[in-house]
Design a protein around this ligand. Sequence first.
Ligand code: NDP
Length: 282
Amino acid sequence: MANIIDGKKISAELKQELKEKVAQYKEQGIEICLAVIQVGNDKASSVYVGNKKKACEFVGIKSLSYELPEETTEEELLNLVQELNDRADVNGILVQLPLPKHIDENKVIKAIHPLKDVDGFHPESVGALSIGNKGFISCTPYGIVELLKRTGVEMDGKECVVVGRSNIVGKPMAILMLRENATVTVAHSHTKNLREICKRADILIVAIGKPKFIDDSYVKDGAVVIDVGIHRNEDNKLCGDVDFDKVEPVASAITPVPGGVGPMTIAMLMKNCVNAVDIQKQ
Ligand code: NDP
């Protein structure tokens, strides 16, 4: 029986610690402020934005909310980002993705000042992560390292296989695991013998975006399995990229969906907002 890694509990502990840190900052006269921008009213985005605002409230971070109409132009959005870049009272800027098709996401990501890039998507943040400099780290992979550390999973010298190479999950994940001294393999849709490669892993991190793709035939006995995927199945229930029922009996530890990686993502956004105080001292 695998240890079920409780992301809900771990994220609650982390948010409690951050709340205490934010209170200490307040005593020193430092108030942390996050600006959250949403363009259009995509339902899923509204839920994410709502959860982010709730987390800010809990931790004690001030949040400024910009809900812009779908027809907002790229120029208008870039002007707002610039205005927030210039405001000394704003520590973090988050533009909820995806943006409407007529707006170039990359242009908007690049417009956010790297010292306020709490999502960690700016090329400068990615570069800093790659060479081990101080900077913001993409929240989902950052949260996975935190989950592994707080569960007591040893990463040093372990074989880690990351399935998926997206800019927001797979690639930063691989860099973070390298930083923890794991031996890292990154697999993707062109990888040959995926099953054999996954079977080598002491730590298998799956971010493919395909429901229940990874079953027990991909998993070594006793491996730690981290499932990043989120999907709704035919019965409208949430499931991951890993077939939990098949993999759980062979793994030593596994994240469930929901309640595994998901809750950590917002907690790490809060951590990035708190880290902003230090990063902005540069
Ligand atoms: P992307 O679609 O951007 O990337 C998927 C990656 O998986 C690609 O690198 C792709 O390879 C690879 N891939 C696809 N099919 C295969 C295959 N058959 N074999 C091997 N590799 C394959 O997804 P994201 O990284 O953005 O997200 C992955 C999952 O995680 C999604 O379910 C998403 O909803 C979820 N997610 C969850 C978050 C959370 O907070 N819990 C946050 C972010 C994402 P290639 O590059 O060759 O195309």
